[in-house]
Design a protein. Structure first.
Lengths: 378, 122
């Protein structure tokens, strides 16, 4: 057993003191000191989110407004960088899409919301990539749209009881459609409330001023069904839900096609193109690509972690695991990987080279645990 | 008497046979153990060699041979039920019994007081 060395020069979150008070075990992540787990432990926290509701501090992520003269202009500006349908978004609706490099490689995945205010989009991007993302957007959209990076906190409340917890503070919240956003107040605290998340469960992300974040977090944690959840469970939850972690399952070497997130490309955009790498991406949509992201279910008990080599049953190297671990709800090891397209068919048996030994695994359809997003009246 | 390694294994020597496992501190640091891989009986290890693997939801960790010796017995109960490692790391959830090759190696291990002092320094 070895201990990992401590990094220095880490930024702290606005809620740093609260995490420590709650018993959070702090680790370096994306340049921040962040809680990897609390007293309950990763497995307990994971199961708690699937059964009740968990509070995550995701304030390390980047938040910004992108503003132009009107929605048509803001949308056509950002659509030069992303393949998602933004022009057709209704006010208050959120879209998941990707920021593309000139060659069609994925620079980041992000959420874009059309706010109720005409010409104003709300962007949420990954922590490790936020500086580069925002610099690129500013540079490419200079003169067309203005980017305002926000120094705000972002909390996520996720799980099947999230709607009752938020509903007690905001009666309209339980009826909000999945992937929609409203400006509202939670016990007098102004927030931007989005019905979305990254656990596969129903839930909300709450953008709040740093000065109000602790009061809001304490108010939510006071509910008996809410527990604080660290990065460890965030990772196992999103992995079971089949969702990509940027920098691992989704990198600049991927297109949305190879990463199997073609839903990030709008229908109209597939006809019109007009996004970076459109020629390559539209060709891949038609013809496929050499390697693709798949779900991998180890048939034994050994987890296969990131970097594990994937071989065909005949022993040739066909790819690698991009994320892997143990799924507490699935109650077995779970993984995702990038494999040559001819081995991507669900049911294909492959070998994962764990500590030099081949372990059988099956290519499976994702997710491992069904997503339970809110789809209208319960 | 129990002795300890810097890498958080414990050993209990008894007439030339050493029972070993991971410490309570190690089990707590790992979190929920979901997988244990033990060596085959009959295999020999040098002191400090990677001998077993223990994995939690979060991560995989190597377990090192605390002394040199040959594996004479393994605790397959913790392979079938890895959570036992969290429940009783220094009692029921032993990993391996080794036939001690060189008794003097035990001298280099820490007693409980020295191990506790190391933990408080970490």
């Amino acid at each position: 057993m070895n201990d990992t060395p401590q990094n220095t020069l880490l930024k702290t979150l606005p809620l740093d003191a609260l995490h420590r008070e709650l018993g959070g075990k702090m680790v370096p992540f994306a340049g921040y000191e962040m809680p990897v787990q609390y007293a309950m432990g990763v497995k307990g926290e994971h199961l708690h989110v699937r059964e009740k509701a968990g509070l995550f501090d995701v304030s390390h992520m980047g938040q910004a407004f992108l503003t132009a003269s009107d929605h048509a202009e803001a949308a056509s500006a950002i659509e030069t960088l992303v393949p998602g349908e933004i022009a057709g978004l209704s006010p208050g609706r959120i879209r998941y899409t990707v920021l593309l490099a000139d060659d069609g490689g994925v620079l980041d995945d992000l959420m874009i919301t059309r706010t109720e205010e005409d010409g104003k989009l709300f962007l949420v991007v990954n922590a490790a990539t936020k500086d580069a993302d925002f610099a690129l957007i500013e540079e490419k959209l200079a003169g067309r749209a203005k980017l305002d990076v926000l120094g705000r906190s972002l909390l996520a409340l996720q799980g099947p009881l999230a709607h009752t917890v938020i509903g007690a503070l905001d009666p309209m919240a339980p009826e909000m459609p999945f992937m929609s956003m409203r400006h509202t107040q939670l016990e007098g605290i102004p927030v931007t409330l989005s019905r979305c998340g990254y656990t596969g469960e129903d839930g909300y992300e709450i953008s709040v001023a740093n000065s109000d974040a602790e009061a809001l977090a304490r108010r939510l944690l006071a509910h008996e069904d809410v527990a604080p959840i660290g990065l460890g469970a965030r990772d196992s939850l999103r992995l079971e839900a089949g969702l990509c972690l940027y920098g691992h399952d989704l990198t600049e070497a991927d297109t949305p096609v190879s990463a199997a997130i073609t839903f990030a490309i709008g229908k109209r955009r597939r006809q019109e193109g007009g996004f970076p790498g459109a020629e390559r991406i539209l060709r891949e949509l038609k013809e496929g690509c050499e390697a693709v992201r798949v779900g991998l279910r180890p048939l034994g008990r050994a987890p296969a972690r990131e970097g594990v080599e994937v071989r065909s049953a005949e022993g040739e190297v066909i790819g690698a695991v991009t994320s892997g671990g143990f799924g507490p709800t699935f109650d077995a090891p779970v993984a995702m990987g990038r494999v040559e397209a001819r081995f991507a068919e669900p049911g294909t048996v492959v070998h994962l080279m764990v500590r030099g030994k081949p372990m059988e695994a099956e290519v499976v359809r994702l997710p491992f645990v069904p997503q339970r997003y809110y789809r209208g009246a319960r | 008497m129990m002795k300890f390694t810097k890498s958080h294994e414990w050993v209990r020597p008894e007439g030339g046979i050493v029972t070993m496992g991971i410490t309570t501190h190690a089990a707590e640091a790992l979190g929920d153990v979901v997988f244990v891989e033990l060596p085959d009986v009959g295999k020999s290890f040098d002191k400090g060699a990677e001998m077993a693997v223990v994995e939690s939801v979060k991560a995989a960790s190597d377990v090192y041979a605390p002394v040199s010796g040959e594996v004479v017995e393994v605790n397959s109960a913790i392979v079938d039920a890895p959570e036992q490692v969290n429940e009783g790391p220094e009692e029921g959830a032993w990993f391996v019994k080794l036939k001690l090759k060189d008794e003097s190696e035990l001298e280099s291990l820490m007693d409980e007081a020295a191990y506790k002092a190391q933990l408080s320094d970490e």
